[in-house]
Design a protein around this ligand. Structure first.
Ligand code: F3S
Length: 387
């Protein structure tokens, strides 16, 4: 792989040990994927920041980069608890202090303490911008909805990119890899709820392939749910929706396998992964809630109360919570808790419950591996749990 003069200096160690390791990682990745060169990025997003995932070995690895600073806007995925309420999630002081050490190391590197899977609410990349993001739901949103370009990075390759300001030029960075190979028509227009079930269904059928949807509601939260669910079951880096997403025209003439999906088909699929029970808890906000979702929820729950014996937890980013502080008060006055910095999948909160109501395909996929879940429409669940 061709390296420019600055990259040569990085890899020689002349610019410090951290940059040397980072450039070596990018070179190895590039060679593995057959990249001929690197490309400069404008932003990076790092996953795998929970102590539960990376342990002491991960902390030791991060310490090797201590002489370095990030060179582009860099964001962090959620950790295992809300920084303001760690004891709502765990009593393990050692775990809390190790997790905080990880956050501090990233802070020292210049990484923004966003702790969210929705970095696009902090910074919205433009069409064609090259990124190195790691969170699966964020990369499919960036590629499909924003028209930016990113492969699905690992935590360590995203860190290497944030330090060097580069990534290897392959995969989703190149025009020819962004075209759809499946055409999907439906007898319904996927909305906020049906899109998440459809996403799980399609991801499950067409692992890694790019779909072209004939229709879907023109709503950012619906598209967010569709992509997050597809990438959970199918490692799908991108999708197109006719007349909606920025690059759909580039796929119109591509050779595509065609399928037609009926509403009843995805309902059958939902029933297979969802139990016929009535859990006492609802967890929503996967991916983290947008301002719009928070406003819709507030409009629905205003002047209601969570029923006795029931619990509702919502997850969003610190930025969105702060920006909507008055609306958050309306929601929390009903007995609902809104947490930031973490989520229902990466935190230990779910361990306290034997079954859970969920409104997103992605969280259903992951939590459904361990627990009984009910995947249903968010507002339908709120109707059942509030009075
Ligand atoms: Fe985000 Fe957690 Fe879902 S990181 S996408 S809320 S699994």
């Amino acid at each position: 792989m061709y390296l420019d003069k600055e990259e040569e200096r990085m890899i020689s160690g002349e610019m410090g040990e951290g940059l040397k390791i980072a450039m070596e990682i990018i070179l190895k990745l590039g060679e593995f994927y057959g990249a001929e060169r690197t490309i400069k990025i404008t932003s990076s997003q790092i996953s795998g920041v929970s102590y539960r995932n990376i342990g002491d070995a991960g902390i030791d690895l991060l310490r090797k980069f201590r002489d370095s600073k990030v060179s582009v806007k860099t964001y962090l995925n959620p950790i295992a608890f809300d920084l303001n309420y760690p004891h709502d999630f765990t009593e393990d002081e050692n775990f809390i202090s190790k997790q905080m050490e990880i956050v501090r190391i990233f802070n020292d590197l210049g990484v923004y303490e966003s702790l969210t899977c929705t970095p696009y609410y902090y910074y919205t990349p433009s069409i064609g911008e090259h990124l190195a993001w790691a969170e699966s739901s964020a990369i499919v949103y960036a590629n499909s909805v924003l028209g930016a370009r990113t492969n699905r990075e690992s935590g360590i390759s995203a860190l290497a990119s944030s330090l060097t300001g580069r990534t290897a030029y392959y995969g989703m960075h190149m025009d020819e890899n962004r075209k759809a190979s499946i055409f999907i028509d439906t007898d319904f227009t996927p909305d906020y709820y049906t899109a998440t079930v459809l996403g799980l269904y399609i991801g499950n059928m067409f692992n890694g392939r790019i779909s072209y949807f004939r229709k879907a509601e023109n709503d950012l939260d619906t598209l967010k749910q569709l992509g997050a669910a597809m990438n959970a079951t199918g490692s799908t880096p991108m999708f197109h929706v006719e007349n909606i997403t920025p690059e759909y025209r580039n796929s119109i003439d591509s050779e595509k396998e065609k399928i037609f999906i009926e509403r009843s088909e995805i309902e059958e699929f939902r029933k297979k992964i969802s139990s016929d029970i009535d859990p006492d808890v609802l967890m929503a906000g996967c991916p983290h809630l947008s301002s719009n979702e928070i406003k819709k929820i507030a409009g629905y729950v205003k002047n209601k109360r969570v029923k006795n014996g029931k619990s509702i937890f919502l997850f969003t980013s610190r930025k969105i919570k702060n920006e909507n502080s008055e609306i958050v008060k309306i929601i929390e006055n009903t007995g609902i808790r809104i947490y930031t910095d973490t989520c229902m999948v990466v935190s230990p909160l779910k361990e306290r419950f034997s079954s859970i109501y969920l409104s997103s395909g992605k969280s259903s996929y992951y939590i459904g591996k361990e627990k009984r879940i009910v995947l249903a429409d968010l507002f339908g669940i709120l109707e059942v749990m509030m009075s």
